[in-house]
Ligand binder design. Sequence first.
Ligand code: NAI
Length: 377
Amino acid sequence: MTRLNWGMIGGGEGSQIGPAHRLGAQADGNFVLAAGALDHDADKGRDYAQRLGVAADRAYGDWREMLAGERAREDRVDLVTVATPNSTHFEITKAFLEGGFNVLCEKPMTMSVEEGEEIVKIAAKSGKICAVNYCYSAYPMVREMREMVRTGQVGKIRLVVSNFSHGHHGDATDADNPRVRWRYDPAMAGVSGQFADCGIHALHMASFIAGDQVRSLSADFASTIPSRELEDDAMVNFRLEGGTVGRLWTSSVAIGRQHGFEIQVFGETGGMRWASEQPNQVYYTPVGGRTQIMEKGENGLSSEAERMTRVGIAHPEGFPLAVANIYVDLAAGIRGDVRDGLPTAEDGVRSMAAVHQAVASAKANGEWVDARPPMYR
Ligand code: NAI
């Protein structure tokens, strides 16, 4: 197998998500880090890239330099990961797609719905992959839940309840910390704080497992720390196209909750529950029956769950391995074997429409609004 050349923008030294991408991309030998513009500080970025093994002429000072440099090469990168702050995703993703590169963009894919629709169209026109890193969907037991829904094992889905609520911005005395403050500043974060940051993971997963798209929503937003312009807590009711009822709570002030991402799916003949803090188990209860704990790696799971399982039964399966699963499917796609389940630009723009419509709904006292991007109505 020939290794694919991989480039990274953002994810510099000390960044939060950079290490997960480096572990994820390189875990299986599919990708080798060949180029990068890793930091907003050009010198730091060049230096760090070289310490990670990137050749000096491919350790770039900024993404425009990288685009020009890579376009001119025969061995140009096969995939570019965009792991910079949100407001830069659109212009970087657009430029690399138009330059003929496959892209994995961090979430939220864009700041506006219009930008999101443009990315979907550019990706379609370019024939390149544009994936979005909804990495939690690549956990083996999340895939198992999706397969159980697909194969009718819990019947028609009546209700999906998803939470992504943590307490890490709950300390009002820390609200001015620059690493925290920007997330609630519209100039840096866009129209939404917590819903666009964490809520869209929960919304994507509800759609992903139920196998249906969000049609409408009603939102209640609150800035529980009053100095925050954007919401730090949101309750969003939604409906999927097929009528499934959705409930979503996302918060960053839920002190005592740690990662706080969990989902429950209730069908006509059974219910299931999964939580990111215990990602190896799904709790499954058939109607009228006892609750069973299904374990990653056990016999009898779907081939999709098996495909995503890296570490044998009883051993922990970590978050970077879910990111690694995203890269496995990207490598397969670049090599011409498109795999089911890779979150794409369509998922990215659907999230942006939900964010913008949730903001509109919250401002209109929770009025129900159409949550779909215009292009999918
Ligand atoms: P961070 O602030 O920890 O790191 C950002 C990095 O990007 C830094 O190294 C910075 O120097 C670099 N950077 C900034 N502007 C740049 C530019 N113009 N060119 C090149 N490098 C630049 O941010 P964090 O938390 O790593 O987040 C980055 C992105 O990843 C965000 O969009 C965030 O929403 C997303 N994210 C996604 C997660 C997931 O579960 N999928 C989890 C955490 C973050």
